[in-house]
Design a protein around this ligand. Structure first.
Ligand code: ADP
Ligand code: MG
Length: 398
């Protein structure tokens, strides 16, 4: 599945491209169609699985074709930091479309209060708010939420942990009954169910469980420029005596060229890809299983399901685009209690992807220094934006 399948507005797709999003995550695949179909939704998926875009994208798409004359969408988030982060994603995705947003959170001076009030009165398309400040703004009157179409509770579990239950109900008392309500949560304790039954109307339910990498896997990463990858691989093989190695690359063309390059540095490697006949694949797997072949190179079709014991090293020559594929790939080593190493090469372009992986596995993977003779490495700065939104509150295009 690709983002094209949702038939989003053309300009919204440009925003997606600019943000470096190529393929929807599992929660996005499941949640986006439900939200586009105007149904209430309760969705549960672990941290780092892309929940923000799962609701922000369909909402922006719907707003593009609306008349923009009123506050359209309210997103509630537990903390100021999260509200700001969500607002940044909204601004990033809507960079090329006439959709306005504002984050409403506590603190700041009177000028900020006035700016928030002004945006609320003018009717920004999307408000991202923390409960306390929103209630103060609502209590001071003059803000019309009666035409609101979407109400989203992000990190609902955390919101309840922080004692916002009554605030949430209070805010809902200002909202129209015929809105669409969407609840996202990383966990689904009973109190979330209670809240959901109170505020959602015949909701669809989505829940995604994901396996974590096994404890026995030693995960490491190198920040590299592309030209440093082959010499680095050569060094890694010189410094250790690995017997059974899988190297993953992004495409089958890349897999084939890698086989050639590895041969030049003296490694006996063969490639596994979709162009091989079934018989050729089986022979190759047998050769690898019986340790006659030291290195197998493949795309992600190798990452799901193949069952070979005793692989001692997995190399991600490129960072997989889908964070779950990382878990599948490195799961090829350290099976059944054994130990194994997983090394990932991260070029500058892949830093964002790797950051999403670290969010998914809820762990920072140690970044090792390159051997000195390979020269300097890129700095890890995955959050650097490629294009900055110009203004916080964009004037509406009439
Ligand atoms: P969650 O809310 O589930 O914890 P986020 O929405 O914050 O996760 O997303 C985690 C990271 O993954 C962010 O850096 C986000 O930009 C990135 N991300 C989300 N979806 C995609 C995608 N489809 N492609 C690439 N990166 C993505
Ligand atoms: Mg989130």
């Amino acid at each position: 599945m690709t983002f094209d399948d949702f038939q989003f507005d053309y300009d919204l797709m440009d925003g997606l491209d600019a943000m470096g999003f190529n393929k929807p995550t599992p929660i996005q695949e499941l949640a986006i169609p439900v939200i586009l179909a105007h149904k209430d939704l309760i969705a549960c998926a672990q941290t780092g699985t892309g929940k923000t875009a799962a609701y922000v994208l369909p909402i922006i798409d719907k707003i593009i074709s609306s008349n923009h004359s009123h506050l359209n969408t309210l997103i509630l988030a537990p903390t100021r930091e999260l509200a700001v982060q969500i607002d940044q994603q909204v601004q990033g995705f809507s960079y090329y479309v006439p959709v306005s947003s504002i984050a409403i959170y506590g603190g700041g001076d009177g000028a900020i209060w006035d700016q928030q009030k002004k945006a609320l009165k003018a009717g920004a398309d999307i408000i991202i708010a923390t409960p306390g400040r929103l209630i103060s703004q609502l209590a001071s009157g003059d803000i019309k939420l009666d035409k609101l179409e979407h109400f989203i509770l992000d990190e609902a579990d955390r919101m309840l942990d922080m004692g916002f239950y009554d605030d949430i109900l209070k805010i809902i008392s200002y909202l129209p009954k015929n809105r669409q309500t969407i609840l996202f949560s990383a966990t689904m304790p009973p109190k979330i169910r209670t809240l959901a039954s109170k505020i959602l109307d015949k909701p669809e339910e989505i829940s995604i469980a994901i396996s974590k990498p096994a404890e026995g896997i030693l995960q490491q990463a190198y920040l590299t420029y592309d030209a440093q990858k082959i010499p680095l691989l050569s060094e890694i093989f010189k410094a250790n005596s690995y017997q059974s190695v899988i190297i993953f690359a992004g495409t089958k063309e890349r897999v084939k060229s890698l086989q050639f390059e590895l041969k030049r540095i003296g490694l006996k490697a063969k490639s596994f890809h979709s162009d091989l006949e079934q018989k050729e694949r089986e022979d190759l797997m047998n050769e690898f299983r019986s340790r006659k072949l030291q290195v197998l190179i493949g795309t992600d079709i190798l990452s799901r399901g193949i069952d070979v014991d005793g692989i001692d090293l997995v190399v991600n020559f490129d960072v997989p685009p889908d964070p779950e594929d990382y878990v599948h790939r490195i799961g090829r080593t350290a099976r059944a209690e054994s130990k194994g190493t997983a090394i990932t090469f991260i070029n500058e372009k892949d830093q964002r992807r790797f950051h999403a992986i670290e969010a998914l596995i809820e762990k920072e993977v140690p970044k090792l220094s390159l051997p000195i003779f390979l020269g300097g490495a890129p700095v890890y700065a995955p959050n650097t934006r490629r294009s900055e939104p110009k203004q916080r509150f964009k004037p509406r295009r009439k």
